[in-house]
Design a protein around this ligand. Structure first.
Ligand code: HEM
Length: 434
């Protein structure tokens, strides 16, 4: 039996096929879909939005206008062979491969959304430095109790679609396992210029975490994940009003104006005590805030919250709440650093769940104007001031969800505007520097 055996329910089968990848998975997927609906063709790179992260207007929304990220997601971490800046040939190969995706697929969740980002290690290959308008340090530890591996590969390609066959086909074409995508020939695969270091996958969808939780490391049995939940931890996330807009996270000056920075972490989850030792109200306190539990704001997974988690009501007296209830919420701690002086949200979180390696984990891509914004919010999640204010809250106990999640890797990337997405130089276009 393959990992994507035909006996699996449809959604679980498609998810497993994406996780496995390759041409066998793609054919199995096409067989299962019976050929499937035709995939809308693209209009070409010039006609697709200049912002590679312009996804919100091109995905489904729920009844409250919250954006529903594409169901199937693939992250390809790639590196240039050798040292030094890329050759003109490599740049041409990358440009043509990515342009092929825009020819082949409409910019839509029904076809393909994608982006290419570049790490600080990539920009170190050049003599010139990145301009001040781009804040892109090397990844670092953000608490004294975490030990992530750092993803210092040069390039991160992100593929996302509601169709499993589309992400599989695009992925296979980029890696040279298929001659083209959606009927459009790929002049040369991306992997002619870049070596694939790591392929990671994940999924988005209410009910999917429960479907996948039966024999997964990190999830206790019997399966406790609620049917209605889009996350292994049992709650909904990404409410519209708790997210930055795409324009807010876009760089507004310099050669990469229109681009953004992207931080991607992977968080392993160990949920025995989350489900075994706590009831719904206690989980609500630790995920949102004690006030959310006291006021019964969160029914089941919390989709009743609509377009906002309402966390802003519970930020001012956070240490008083923690002293009274002996717990502090993940959302309330993080939200404190996630507003600018005018109250705008700073981060656009686009996380999705994963069963890579048969372990329950969450890939956490976050877009923001500067990596410093991400680091400030992530550090606020440590809740250090709360641990100092009340003995009940310790480094990893009663401190949001820190007892149950463990960061395994972290990488930082610049996602340039589409026009500069093929092996850019620190000053933008290729003719400016090598
Ligand atoms: C397994 C890991 C994680 C899970 C299951 C999770 C889940 C959630 C949920 C359910 C909420 C409340 C609803 C919402 O506003 O979206 C939330 C809020 C939030 N999370 Fe996480 N999260 C995780 C990791 C992280 C990490 C690593 C960060 C890093 C910065 C983060 C940053 C935030 C922020 C900033 C908010 C509050 C949004 C606001 O400002 O209102 N989360 N998270």
């Amino acid at each position: 039996m393959t990992a994507f055996d035909d006996a699996l329910p449809r959604r679980a089968f498609l998810k497993a096929a994406v996780a496995a990848g390759g041409t066998a998975a793609l054919s199995a997927c096409l067989d299962r879909l019976g050929g499937g609906e035709p995939v809308p063709a693209g209009e070409g790179a010039a006609a697709h939005p200049d912002r590679q992260h312009a996804w919100n207007d091109h995905v489904r929304t729920d009844e409250y206008g919250n954006h529903l990220l594409p169901s199937h997601q693939v992250l390809l971490y790639l590196s240039l062979p050798g040292d030094g800046p890329p050759s003109a040939d490599a740049r041409e190969t990358v440009a043509a491969a990515l342009d092929t995706l825009d020819e082949a697929y409409a910019w839509s969740h029904e076809a393909l959304l994608h982006s290419a980002g570049y790490s600080p290690a990539y920009f170190d290959r050049f003599d010139a430095a990145l301009p001040d308008s781009v804040d892109l340090p090397h990844p670092t530890r953000l608490s004294n109790f975490e030990t992530p591996d750092f993803d210092e590969q040069d390039v991160l390609v992100h593929l996302a679609s509601d169709r499993a066959d589309v992400v599989l086909e695009a992925d296979a074409a980029l890696r040279g396992e298929r001659a083209g995508a959606n009927g459009v020939e790929m002049p040369a695969p991306l992997t002619d210029a870049l070596e694939l270091d790591s392929r990671r996958t994940g999924f988005v969808g209410r009910g999917l975490p429960r479907e996948k939780a039966d024999s997964l490391e990190g999830i206790p049995q019997p399966n406790p994940v609620p049917e209605s939940s889009p996350l292994f931890m049992g709650f909904a996330a990404g409410f519209r009003k708790n997210q930055a807009s795409e324009s807010y996270v876009s760089l507004d000056t310099g050669p990469f104006a229109g681009g953004t920075t992207k931080s991607v972490g992977n968080w392993r989850q160990r949920l025995d005590d989350w489900y075994g030792e706590q009831d719904h109200d206690e989980r609500v306190m630790e995920m949102f805030s004690p006030g959310h539990a006291a006021e019964n704001l969160v029914e089941e997974a919390g989709t009743n919250l609509g377009a906002t988690s309402q966390v802003d009501r519970f930020l001012d007296d956070i240490t008083e709440q923690a002293t009274e209830y002996g717990r502090v919420g993940h959302a309330q701690k993080s939200a404190r650093a996630n507003r600018d002086s005018e109250g705008n949200v700073r981060l656009l979180r686009r996380h999705f769940e994963s069963t890579d390696g048969d372990v329950a984990s969450l890939h956490f891509p976050s877009l923001q104007r500067s990596i410093a914004d991400f680091e400030a919010v992530r550090r606020a999640m440590n809740g250090t001031d709360v641990t100092e204010a009340t003995p009940a809250v310790r480094q990893r106990v009663n401190n949001g969800i820190l007892e149950y999640i463990f960061v395994r890797s972290r990488g930082y990337f610049l996602v340039p505007p589409r026009s500069l997405r093929a092996l850019p130089t620190p000053t933008g276009p290729a003719d400016a520097d090598g």
